[in-house]
Design a protein around this ligand. Sequence first.
Ligand SMILES: Cc1cc2nc3c(=O)[nH]c(=O)nc-3n(C[C@H](O)[C@H](O)[C@H](O)COP(=O)(O)O)c2cc1C
Length: 347
Amino acid sequence: MTAGARGPLANRYTDLVGIRHPVVQEGMGPFSTTHLAAAVSNAGGLGTVSVPGTTGDLHEAAAVLRRSVEECATLTGAPFAVNIPVGHDREGGIAAFARIYLDAVLEARRADAGLAAQLRVLTTSAGFPAGLTERVHDEGMIHQHKVGSTRHALKAARAGVDVVLAAGFEMGGHAPTSGMHTFVLTPNIAEAVDVPVVLTGGVRDGRGLAAALCLGADAVALGTRFAATSDNPDWHPGYRAALVAAGEGDDVVVDGVFGPCRTLRNVESDAMRATVAAGGTVRSATKIESMRRAQIEGDAEHGLVLMGQVASGITDVVSVAEFLPAMIDEAAAVLRARQPLPAAVEV
Ligand SMILES: Cc1cc2nc3c(=O)[nH]c(=O)nc-3n(C[C@H](O)[C@H](O)[C@H](O)COP(=O)(O)O)c2cc1C
């Protein structure tokens, strides 16, 4: 099918994953991205299903995740991914909550060979437990891991991951504590590891994709730009409107559970920052409830509107089917138009 044919920017990453274009819609838990993931995969990129956050029963949340991957497979015939933020337990193994999510995904694949053929990529973030990659490989999946430093990229590569995501501090959601930005981090990581590198953070069009490829990345993974699309029906229109309205300086970083979290500056994030500044902590459940207020109710003042700095350059809500091919065309045009320099000019 068209989604699987090689596109003009096909490379070792697109060939590995089996997609047409080097563009990923990255996970955006605890928000549902099932329809969005299918739209991106249908357009030749790699869509990603996200974990639902929960303040209640983890097994129920895992059942929701399983239904999401099953639904995604009914909406697209192309490959897609699932993102699970993992963590360590005290012994360095996979944290209990992540194991429950992972088991649900693996069971869905074992139960349906067609789904297994499509859901071929697991993206992890927020920790790198020992033994995880072997387990993912044993299940026949590709393992991508998101890192914020070259040290962590090397650790993941040594453990056998297939792809490293270089995550810059400008990204939406939980940003790396290292605070490294993509422009510095991506070439550092691309020089350090042999596996494909996917830049994530700050990309919104073909210029960003072309720049990422020049920095040594093999692909880009977008969050905020894809959140502001008409193919994201699971999010309240008020969320998309807040992304489009945001300008430079409208984002802040809230410290607390799971490290720094980049979000819109509003009543809610100001209150959370005040709590942290006063020596308090923001409970995980509080954060998840707050994110739901933004996503489900569209309350962009009293809910956490996770977004990257790139929101400052997003001025419209677009459709994935139009946006993604245009992004590829723009990147290809930028790369083709790079002016060849005269060979023998003294500088
Ligand atoms: C609303 C939102 C939720 C996110 N949730 C997750 C998540 O659950 N797991 C994860 O690894 N990254 C998460 N991220 C980060 C994205 O996967 C991606 O790396 C990031 O959005 C890229 O930066 P950009 O927003 O500038 O495109 C989230 C980002 C946003 C905007």
